[in-house]
Design a protein around this ligand. Structure first.
Ligand code: 13P
Length: 250
């Protein structure tokens, strides 16, 4: 039985006061969340404050990105050991915004996945196709390309300690959600693909959906057999909405 995971990707939003208010709201409603595991991924600069606020609670935290190196002359970057030092459990790698705005290719994403695991962090690996790629029927080949680079670099067993988020680029921040059937189809494809390499890993890994997930569409999405939770952008910035999704996850 896979425990649902609902993770908030705050992206580049919020100041200290916003973060504090948001976390107070989440902690206040936590008792109503039955089975889902919750995590938040704030901007780097807010991680220390988030860590002290969430320490001892059931809510975990993580980074939105990390560098491929552990330390050194890499101005502006944050490393895996630094995230670990601040108690992060998770780190998002390969988000489509990193891929498209910051030029992260599949090989860099694969290196970041490895850097995360080398430092005891659980990577949340994002994959997903653009609108044009979907229109060209390339969804599966895009997912293949994005996953194969990581599988080739680290082996299928690395996925025993990872999360995959399917985030169709056309659904991110657009208010357009994949229908539960559309999302399930891709999630099932990912699980089948992993199962050809290792059935146990495929059965155990949590596959999250991301892209305009809200309290009113979360239950139907997460009820799909291969959808094990969500990676939430906009709706993770309001405690009520984030909790609403977490409650819908069970
Ligand atoms: P939205 O929920 O705002 O569409 O963002 C999804 C996302 O990119 C999470 O990583």
């Amino acid at each position: 039985m896979r425990q649902p995971l609902v993770a908030g990707n705050w992206k580049m939003n919020g100041d200290q006061a916003d973060a504090s208010k948001l976390l107070d709201g989440i902690l206040a409603g936590l008792a109503e969340v039955k089975s889902a595991e919750l995590a938040v991924c704030p901007p780097f600069i807010l991680i220390p404050a988030v860590a002290s606020k969430l320490a001892g609670s059931a809510v975990k935290w993580g980074g939105q990105n990390l560098d491929i190196h552990n330390s050194g002359a890499y101005t502006g970057e944050v490393s895996g050991p630094m995230l670990k030092d601040f108690g992060c459990t998770y780190v998002i790698v390969g988000h489509s915004e990193r891929r498209s705005y910051y030029g992260e290719g599949d090989n860099v994403v694969a290196m970041k996945f490895g850097a995360a695991q080398d430092n005891g962090l659980i990577p949340i690996l994002c994959v997903g196709e653009s609108l044009e790629e979907r229109a060209e029927n390339e969804t599966e080949s895009v997912i293949d390309r994005q996953l194969d680079e990581v599988i080739d670099a680290h082996g299928i067993t690395a996925f025993a300690n990872a999360v995959i988020a399917y985030e169709p680029v056309w659904a991110i921040g657009t208010g357009k959600t994949a229908t539960p059937d559309m999302a399930q189809e891709v999630h099932a494809y990912i699980r089948r693909k992993l199962a050809t390499l290792d059935a146990g890993v495929a059965a155990g890994i949590r596959l999250l959906y991301g892209g305009s997930m809200k309290p009113d569409n979360a239950a139907e999405l997460i009820a799909q057999p291969d959808i094990d939770g969500g990676l939430i952008g906009g709706a993770s910035l309001k405690a009520e909405d984030f909790l609403g999704i977490a409650k819908a996850a069970g």
